[in-house]
Design a protein around this ligand. Structure first.
Ligand code: HEM
Length: 311
């Protein structure tokens, strides 16, 4: 028996999926390296996209082939509006300005998804099966990173009232397998899904340019070099103040070993033993210029704790 179309579609587009999944923006966003504003910006782009996708879904209602894919429980626009209102306040519609790739995405939907049933299904599959799959992982990561409640305010987009999501996805794949598409029609669905992945990857790349990680590895390396070349004594004071009192005099040196938006890390030598020390910042930092101010504050605070005069 030949491979079902859903399996062939998945296999033929999985490298495109990898490219979408592995964008720097999604990586930074899910690891909490960005601010909640970046999550809001992605949500705003989704609003622009789903507005058209769900208009297309309505236009195919009753169609014997394309009409079977949409389900009321998939509709995302009200959830997106609620998330944006929570994240941005009453003026959230002011944020509905497309990045260049979202404008291209919406233009492609308008061009193909209202007239070509295969193209519509391709975009529908790409977004909704993604939301029901990796989207669920994203929601958990976003909840953790930006202090949101899974399924609650700011994350309603990711919460589906569809019962068992795996069972739903299996039903969706069965509908793909049952569509009466010949080889050529299937090929054009595959090509449109590849394009849909590309458009998503491009939107994420545009968002990455608008919301860069303020502390990429090369910036951390520069800060580390500066701290270790010019401020080794200050690092030692910061570590001594952070360590329990009895170990303070037994701490002989410290070198910065890393940082992120929430804190700075050192390797201190305590009783001759290499010891990791993490010192949290007073607040999450969102730009590089704040590092100097915050580390100076930590130094002054350490001097006070240790009873040492500050410079
Ligand atoms: C952090 C990012 C992502 C992760 C971790 C992720 C993860 C996954 C996983 C594990 C699956 C397989 C689920 C299953 O078979 O039940 C999946 C499926 C899928 N994902 Fe993603 N994904 C991510 C981003 C994306 C993006 C950006 C898109 C594009 C809009 C996307 C579209 C899809 C689609 C269409 C499927 C269904 C494939 C199929 O079974 O036919 N994903 N994803």
């Amino acid at each position: 028996m030949s491979e079902p179309f859903s399996a062939r579609l998945r296999a033929a587009t999985w490298t495109d999926h990898k490219a979408a999944e592995q964008t720097t923006f999604l990586d930074d966003l899910t690891r909490g390296r960005l601010t909640v504003a970046a999550h809001a910006a992605l949500t705003a782009q989704y609003h622009l996209i789903y507005e058209v996708l769900e208009e297309a879904a309505r236009s195919w209602q009753g169609d014997p082939i394309a009409g079977v894919f949409h389900h009321e429980g998939l509709t995302r626009l009200p959830a997106l509006a609620a998330d944006l209102e929570f994240l941005l306040g009453a003026d959230w519609r002011d944020a509905l300005s497309p990045v260049p790739a979202a404008a291209a995405y919406v233009a492609r939907l308008r061009e193909a998804a209202f007239t070509d049933p295969g193209a519509y299904v391709a975009h529908h599959y790409n977004r909704y099966l993604g939301d029901l799959s990796g989207g669920q992982y994203l929601a958990r990561a976003l909840a953790r990173a930006y202090d949101l409640t899974l399924g609650g305010d700011g994350l309603r987009f990711y919460a589906f009232d569809l019962g068992d999501l795996d069972a739903f996805k299996n039903g969706y794949r069965a509908a793909l397998d049952a569509a009466p598409w010949d080889e050529a029609a299937q090929e054009s669905v595959v090509a449109e899904v590849k394009l849909a992945y590309q458009l998503n990857t491009d939107v994420l790349a545009d968002l990455g340019r608008a919301h860069p990680n303020p502390f990429p590895p090369e910036v951390i390396a520069q800060i580390m070099r500066h701290m270790n070349d010019d401020h080794a004594d200050d690092s030692l004071l910061i570590c001594r103040a952070a360590l329990p009192e009895p170990t303070r005099p037994r701490t002989s040196s410290a070198a910065m070993s890393g940082m992120d938006a929430a804190g700075i890390e050192f390797r201190a030598v305590v009783d001759g033993v290499d010891t990791p020390v993490r010192v949290p910042f007073a607040a999450r930092l969102t730009e590089r210029a704040q590092v100097r101010v915050e580390v100076t504050r930590l130094y002054r605070e350490a001097c006070q704790i240790l009873g040492v005069p500050a410079r």
